[in-house]
Ligand binder design. Sequence first.
Ligand code: ATP
Ligand code: MG
Length: 183
Amino acid sequence: MQFTRLRLTGFKSFVDPTELRIEPGLTGVVGPNGCGKSNLVEALRWVMGENSARSMRGSGMDDVIFAGTDRRPARNLAEVSLVVENPDRTLPGAFDDEDRLEITRRIERDQGSSYRINGRDVRAKDVQLLFADAATGAHSPAMVSQGRVGALISAKPRDRRAILEEAAGISGLHSRRREAEQK
Ligand code: ATP
Ligand code: MG
């Protein structure tokens, strides 16, 4: 699985449509304090199905929508799209025979989120399961946020285990097992 493109509109400080190409290899994002580096990483987590507004540094999920500035009015809609290449057809779920997936999450003020994969409406769960195994495999992404390093050091053993399991990709297996057991 390789992430190749991220598009944002109305997401946090990215009020105007913004597209980033993610080339193979290491990608760095540099810029002054407050320019939106963390917002970009949050956009990535958000489109992958993040449910916690707090981990998006907000009090409710609507806080990801551009809130306006002195010069520009607030928006009522935010949308993030992520293009993921799937040449080996290793992604789980109903889209496993597609070479390329475009995952889109959209939120409208007071209306909650909706998700699409390649233009088809899907459930949040479908997107979350698609990325549940994303930490497994050598070329896959694993998200470690700024505060996480300190948290890992000071965590209780049980919490530390949860963080390590997540990094190792085991938590993806857990959530797919839970999903399977419910069926
Ligand atoms: P640092 O180097 O300090 O970590 P950063 O580049 O990571 O900075 P971010 O935290 O990504 O910066 O961006 C913070 C900026 O995003 C702030 O100016 C904040 O006002 C703006 N911002 C966050 N949420 C919204 C929103 N909903 N609407 C408009 N602007 C927002
Ligand atoms: Mg930051």
